[in-house]
Design a protein around this ligand. Structure first.
Ligand SMILES: [Zn+2]
Length: 269
């Protein structure tokens, strides 16, 4: 009888872990608040951390997280629409391709072990197709995925990434837009509900003391049908790079030419 119960228990655990909904938690703005950040890392190796490339502690905290088993992504600063204080090398839509490439390359070398990127702020930048196209062009050399923080509804991240075969995932919930423990707790429950409904969800938070407290409590009491997962578990496999057809090439050039000013080159007199 005991043996039977034991096997039933194993079966239940197996079914539960196969069918558990996946919740990824990403904590942004790493590199400034060492104490809080170390606490967050200590909660679980499945929390993903997003490091600001020009923060004073970028290299150390990325290395520490990696050693603990946490996945690291680059929290790439992008221009917002509002007037907020900006990180060094914030990306703007009107930067040249070369400038964008320099910023991206420097960010990659400042954040060791990064496997992806998400945007810090960016309502202005991520809603601009040409701006994001330059970012994707610079990123595709580095084989990183892009997590769209979705700081604006009409984001161009997916459109811009498609030409470069860069995997894109999107945030579902911001945990701490309102910085009180009760609000953060409600947002965490919302992320759990979305995961239970869709099978997966991505929540983004910040290393605020209130967020640290809520995470400590919530992660220790996750519902049994929810699995906290590393962000890489939610990245869709890339379709094998298809050879561009003549139609694709024509479409791409048409997009470019439509943006050029009227040159009036071939007007017969
Ligand atoms: Zn941020």
């Amino acid at each position: 009888m005991i043996k039977y119960l034991f096997y039933l228990g194993i079966l239940w655990l197996t079914i539960n872990s196969v069918f558990a909904a996946k919740l990824a938690v990403v904590i942004d703005d790493f590199g400034y608040r060492q104490h809080n950040e170390e606490q967050i890392i200590s909660f679980s190796p499945n929390i993903t951390i997003a490091v600001l490339p020009h923060s004073p502690n970028a290299k150390q905290i990325a290395t520490r997280a990696h050693q603990h088993g946490n996945e690291v992504i680059i929290h790439l600063p992008m221009a917002p629409m509002g007037k907020q204080s900006l990180e060094k090398d914030t990306l703007f839509p009107d930067m040249t391709e070369a400038e964008v490439k320099r910023v991206v390359d420097e960010a990659v070398s400042s954040v060791p072990y990064a496997i992806g990127v998400n945007n810090h702020m960016g309502s202005l930048m991520t809603s601009d197709f040409d701006g994001m196209y330059k970012v994707m062009k610079a990123l595709h050399h580095h084989a990183l995925f892009f997590l769209d923080s979705k700081t604006i509804g009409k984001t161009q991240v997916k459109n811009a990434a498609s030409d470069y075969n860069i995997a894109v995932v999107e945030r579902d919930v911001f945990l701490d837009f309102q910085q009180t423990e009760s609000a953060i707790s409600q947002q965490f429950d919302l992320a759990v509900k979305i995961a239970q409904k869709n099978g997966h969800a991505i929540a983004i938070g910040h290393p605020y003391p209130e967020t640290v407290n809520v995470l400590r409590q919530k992660l220790a009491n996750l519902p049994s049908n929810i699995e906290l997962v590393k962000i890489s578990r939610l990245i869709p496999p890339l379709s094998p790079k298809h050879k561009p057809t003549l139609k694709d090439i024509f479409k791409k050039f048409k997009k470019r030419f439509e943006k050029l000013p009227n040159l009036n080159l071939v007007k017969p007199q």
